[in-house]
Design a protein around this ligand. Sequence first.
Ligand code: SF4
Length: 337
Amino acid sequence: MSRIFSGIQPSGELHIGNYLGAVKNWTQLQHEFESIFCIVDYHAITQQYDPERLRVRRREMAVSLLSAGIDPNVASLFVQSQVPEHTELAWFLNTITPLGELERQTQFKEKSARQESVTAGLLNYPVLQAADILLYRADLVPVGEDQVQHLELSRVVSRRWNAMFARATGKTTEDGAEEREEFFPEPKPLLTPMRRIMGLDGQAKMSKSMNNTIGLLEPPESIWAKLRPAVTDPKRIRKTDPGTPEVCNIFHLHKAFSSPETVEHVAVQCSTAGWGCIDCKKVLAESMETELVPIRRRAVELAAYPKAVDDALAAGADRCRRLARETIDVVRERMGF
Ligand code: SF4
């Protein structure tokens, strides 16, 4: 069975953008692949942060993931800092990664442009990301289309390490070259089917920093308070104006939460001015409730029994530490330790 690895920052409670864009897909993939899901808290400290909030957010993320359907009996869910081999491998990979390659990373250029003082941690972030994936010799990494380029460095590092430290098998290939046994697979992207979820402002990707999100565990009244004023088709000013569903963010949320029949009904009602946007949003709120009620219920159960969260994370870390140790033993030996 192929192995997948995916990481998520401990940003606190999941919002529906994270859920639809990544985590909902993970809950299906966990039954098709050997799955490793990691709360990447070492990544979270490459920018300014509050240690107390980090502790809270790490916990909230674990509760959200388990409530959303990550099953610790099927997949391994753990916190990155519980497996110190991540940083050990990152160090080894740092030593074979040219500085220029890191300075050219788009994410580094964007983030460093916004900061007065840039840390080495921010520069080396993609190497830690490569270490996260290579540590488990993952075959596939679930990503959205806009994240495929972030995986490229991991692929390059894997090829480079193999070229430098692969062991000769003692055989020759058909064309007479020395056959070498490669250790790290080149991780491939596994494209997430869901398109990028826009925020309620209809302007930017849904993100906590843009304050345009709906929390996965938010109560229905609070969801409605956010949905009601959410941006729709900007050309639909009056109820009697026909709309264009494809340009409306609410329609895309219907596609994620409503049945195919309802989505079809929404498209017809919108394009014929058969109803107003508030009617449309009320139907969306109902569809969301159908999906979110069981998730909220699980979160309440986990809050009442926190040991279940601790046990799930500890079991995941134990399993991953064993796999990580196997990789590190080989890497250390091949690199002269
Ligand atoms: Fe968007 Fe629905 Fe309004 Fe059409 S009717 S513009 S899909 S909110």
